[in-house]
Write a protein that binds this ligand. Structure first.
Ligand code: SF4
Ligand code: SF4
Length: 393
C-alpha cells in the first residue's frame, strides 16, 4: 500500500461552495501531474446547504489505485493532513447540519499538521478564537479578504489558486508547485493565476501552536439519547411558550423571550451579527416580525434585542429596520461571546453607545458586506480589490 493523504476545506455553505469545489478539484487535477491519483467530494451530510452553514469538502490523494480505493471506503476521512478554513469567522468553530454540537476547526487535523486560514488578521489574533487542543499543530494565514459569492455567480478573485499555492507549500508530498503550475496553465489557461499561486507559495509561512494554546472556551456539546432511552412510537416534545423576564437594573419583569430549543444553536452560521441602538429604536416591531429565526427578544422596556444564541446573521433585520443605523450588521470575528446587548445597554448606557458608535464605524458599507450579488460588475470590482490586498501580502 502507498501513502494516502486527505485535505479538508471548511467553508460557508452556498457562499463558498464553488470556491471549495474549485480548490479540492484543483488539488486532484494538479496531483495527477505528479503521477498521483485522487478524488474530491463534498460532505454528504452538509447537503442541502443553507446560506452560511459551515460545510466541508475533501480531496483524497493516493500513490496508487489500491490505496485510493481503501481510502474511499470511508464515508469521510477521520483524520486529515491539512485543513483550510475559507472564512476566518469559522475559527470560532463549525456547527453544520451533519453533526451535533460545535466542532473546533482542527477537529480532524493530524498532530503536527497545518491549518490554513484565509484572513486579514494575523495568526496570533486568530488563536483567540481557535479552540485549544492537546496536540501541537502549525497555523498559517493566507492574507486575503473572505471570498463570498452565490449559487449561480462566482467571484474570480484568485482565492482558489492562492489557496492551492499555499497547499503546495504546506503539503509538498501531495502536490508540487510544478504540478500546480502545469494544472493552472493547461486547465485554467491563465498566466496571471500562475503568478498568484506562486506568490502565495513563496509567502507561505506558519507558526507553531503549542498544546493548550488558543481559545479556552468549553465547546458546546451534548449527549444524544441512547436508542434504549427512546420512547415508543413517534412523539415530539412540545415547545413551551417562553415569557417575560427581568430588567437587570430595576428587576422589573416584562417583555417576552420565546422559549428556544437549547440544543439547536446555529450561531456558527454567522459571519456577521446585528448590533442594536436601543436609544433610537422606535419599537416599530419590524425586526421582530421579519427575523426568520425568531431571534428577537422583546425587552422589558419594549425594545428589541437580537438573541445571539439563535441569530444566524442573515441581515434581514438590518434591511427592514426603518431607522438609520439602528440595526447594523458588523463582522462577527471581533466578538468572543453572545451576551445580551440590551443588558449591556441597561447597565451602562453611555459606555454601550460609545462602543456601538465605534463598532458601526468599523463596519464596511452594506454593498461590500452583503453576500449577495447586487449589481452588474460588482464581483469584478471586488475581485480587483481583493487581488490588490493579496498582492500587497
Ligand atoms: S441577522 Fe437579524 S434577522 Fe437574521 S437571524 Fe439574526 S436577528 Fe434574525
Ligand atoms: S426594526 Fe428597528 S426601529 Fe423597529 S423595533 Fe426593530 S430595532 Fe426598533
Amino acid at each position: 500500500m502507498g501513502k494516502l493523504f486527505a485535505v479538508e476545506i471548511i467553508y460557508r455553505g452556498i457562499f463558498q461552495k464553488t470556491l471549495a469545489k474549485n480548490i479540492t478539484r484543483g488539488i486532484v487535477l494538479a496531483a495527477h501531474n505528479d503521477g498521483k491519483l485522487g478524488i474530491s467530494f463534498g460532505r454528504y451530510g452538509d447537503s442541502p446547504e443553507r446560506n452560511g452553514i459551515p460545510a466541508k469538502s475533501f480531496a483524497i490523494i493516493a500513490d496508487d489505485e489500491q490505496t485510493l480505493e481503501a481510502g474511499m471506503a470511508q464515508y469521510e476521512p477521520k483524520q486529515v493532513d491539512l485543513t483550510v478554513v475559507l472564512d476566518d469567522t469559522l475559527c470560532k468553530g463549525a456547527e453544520s447540519w451533519a453533526w451535533y454540537g460545535l466542532q473546533p476547526v482542527h477537529h480532524a487535523l493530524k498532530p503536527g499538521s497545518t491549518l490554513i486560514v484565509v484572513s486579514l488578521q494575523d495568526a496570533r489574533t486568530l488563536l483567540k478564537s481557535i479552540h485549544r487542543r492537546e496536540e501541537p499543530y502549525k497555523l498559517a494565514v493566507l492574507k486575503g479578504v473572505t471570498s463570498f459569492s452565490g449559487m449561480w455567480v462566482y467571484k474570480d478573485d484568485h482565492t482558489d489558486v492562492r489557496v492551492l499555492g499555499a497547499i503546495a507549500k504546506a503539503l509538498q508530498e501531495v502536490v508540487s508547485l510544478k504540478a500546480l503550475e502545469q494544472f493552472i496553465t493547461e486547465k485554467l489557461k491563465s498566466p496571471v493565476k500562475v503568478a498568484s499561486a506562486k506568490l502565495a507559495y513563496e509567502r507561505f509561512k506558519t507558526i507553531e501552536v503549542k498544546p493548550g494554546e488558543g481559545n479556552p472556551e468549553e465547546l458546546f456539546k451534548f449527549a444524544l439519547p441512547d436508542w434504549t432511552d427512546m420512547r415508543q412510537g413517534v412523539s415530539i416534545k412540545g415547545q413551551p411558550q417562553g415569557g417575560p423576564y427581568a430588567d437587570p437594573i430595576t428587576k422589573e419583569v416584562g417583555g417576552f423571550r420565546p422559549a428556544r430549543n437549547e440544543l439547536f444553536k446555529k450561531y456558527s452560521t454567522r459571519s456577521e451579527r446585528p448590533v442594536v441602538n436601543f436609544s433610537t429604536c422606535t419599537k416599530c416591531t419590524l425586526c421582530w416580525l421579519n427575523c426568520p429565526d425568531a431571534s428577537f427578544d422583546v425587552t422589558p422596556d419594549k425594545t428589541y434585542d437580537a438573541n445571539l444564541e439563535t441569530c444566524c446573521g442573515c441581515g434581514v433585520c438590518e434591511a427592514v429596520c426603518p431607522v438609520k443605523d439602528c440595526i447594523t450588521m458588523v463582522n462577527e470575528s471581533q466578538f468572543t461571546d453572545n451576551a445580551s446587548q440590551w443588558e449591556a445597554y441597561r447597565k451602562d448606557k453611555d459606555a454601550y453607545l460609545k462602543w456601538l458608535e465605534k463598532t458601526i464605524e468599523s463596519a464596511e458599507p452594506l454593498e461590500k458586506r452583503a453576500y449577495g450579488y447586487r449589481y452588474r460588475g460588482q464581483y469584478k470590482e471586488q475581485a480587483e480589490e481583493a487581488l490588490e490586498i493579496a498582492q500587497k501580502g
